[in-house]
Design a protein around this ligand. Structure first.
Ligand code: ZN
Length: 126
């Protein structure tokens, strides 16, 4: 869930710069086009195809799962929302963003929302 307080004050500008200037409004992992309805092809690159022409968008709910409207969001590669250097940011579709965050989601569920990567690292001294 998006909590504005957790993000950089100029987040909407940063987001736009990444989305439009660098990613050219496409997912930087699977190349899916922002705002378009697509058909997912699991396990085969490029993982998606455009929705067939002539198909009404209302029809996509008939079987429920096959067509997705791409909504790009910005992910932090290191999962640290304070690290907003452009090389740490990536424009991703819902599917790629979820895949990218899945370990974080699992650990958050297990250890609570405040869990952060490397929080439980140990140093051994002899
Ligand atoms: Zn993607």
């Amino acid at each position: 869930m998006f909590n504005k307080k957790e993000y950089h004050p100029k987040w909407s500008l940063i987001r736009r710069m990444i989305l439009l200037r660098r990613a050219l409004n496409r997912c930087e992992f699977c190349d899916a086009p922002n705002g378009e309805f697509i058909y997912r092809i699991e396990k085969n690159k490029p993982y998606w195809a455009p929705m067939p022409e002539g198909l009404e968008t209302e029809a996509m709910d008939l079987d429920g799962t096959k067509f997705t409207r791409i909504l790009l969001t910005i992910a932090h590669k290191d999962h640290n929302k304070d690290n907003n250097i452009f090389t740490n940011l990536v424009a991703l579709c819902q599917r790629c963003h979820l895949k990218h965050d899945i370990r974080q989601h699992i650990m958050s569920r297990k250890y609570g929302r405040k869990w952060k990567k490397n929080q439980f690292s140990f140093t051994f001294t002899i």
